[in-house]
Design a protein around this ligand. Sequence first.
Ligand SMILES: *Cc1c(COP(=O)(O)O)cnc(C)c1O
Length: 423
Amino acid sequence: MKFENSLAFAKQLDKNDPLKDYRKQFHIPKVKGKESIYFCGNSLGLQPKTVEQHLKAELTDWKNFGVEGHLHGRKPWLYYHHFFSKSISKLVGAKENEVVVMNQLSVNLNLMLISFYRPSGKRNKILMQANEFPSDYYAVEQQIKLHGLNPKQCIIEVLPRTGEVNLRTEDILEKIEKHKNELALIMFSAVNYYTGQFFEIKKIAAAANKHNITIGLDLAHAIGNVELKLNEWNIDFATWCSYKYLNSGPGGVSGVFVNKKYANTFSLPRLAGWWGNDEKARFKMPKHFTPQAGAAGWQISNAPILSMAAHKASLEIFDKVGMKALRKKSELLTGYLQYLINLHPHGSKPLFNIITPTDKTQRGCQLSIQTYSNGKNLFKKLSNAGVIADWREPDVIRVAPVPLYNKFEEAYRFAQLLKGITE
Ligand SMILES: *Cc1c(COP(=O)(O)O)cnc(C)c1O
């Protein structure tokens, strides 16, 4: 599509947007009494209006039934995690018994590493992307130490080339090839939190599979943002959070994917608790742990119902809209914002530059704008003008036009603000 830099054109795109009505299903935060330009769904997604009634329903059941809600609530708490299998399996491209909703992301990352980082002899290394999210580094480092190994020797990082910010797939594949006999695991965020780069997971997974290297994904910035095919790509495990693009509330419940090939591999070491035990036997209080088949066998504690009720409300929206339609709008909306930002009249020295890949297949909806001087001041002025985005040290403003609730007009107004502030 040929874009135009005008309010009329942006409004026309909104008018033609088949998903335009979804915005009405969300609470849009205000700044100084006016609707903000909320470009921060990559960090905390907005609240669906239906969350309140879903939460109220559980509070009411708790009020009316007390403990009996476990069995006799409208959505019996005992089986609550089952209510997510269908929606989540569609979002990540999995079979229903390959996913379970539980815990928090970094906790799940640790649980998965316990089962799937199995260093043996020379094969004890973990391949990661440079500039990975700190929590992922911490988890990986500690897991390596738990095996009595040295993280400095066991983490292999893929770095961008000099003068570049994003990773080249060929460099990732070359690193895998070079270390194929030493790698126990490839642990990768599918979308990098800082640059917004969406990696070519299919190719990376094929290389991992070829050399029998376990591959795990962190989908924090990918789920609800890009289309995923974990099963088809033959990923071993994955985990994510639900409060970013999945709009399920601050600290919202996480989830994991465990490939069906491990559904009955009960010999894998894992941490355990009664919720992962064979469901039929759970209340017989058996003394020894018999894990359930599938991802559900990695559960530990009983489900946080209130947090999961918000998750349920949000996933009903995703069920309706579907990732295909969402991604289609996302590419157009992010493409439009990129086009507008790139029209910026910089003067003698450029003030900023988008570091996110320009190829729409290599990004989701986030654009990371690297600033060259006084970026923090620019960010503050944008905030004062009603933009909610985020600042990432040392110099990046991340903006995420989220297709579920952002408008083309907001992309236009954002670019106008940027221009007004820097002139
Ligand atoms: C957001 C994010 C996290 C956050 O972890 P929590 O356990 O949910 O606090 C971890 N890793 C990545 C890659 C993230 O983007």
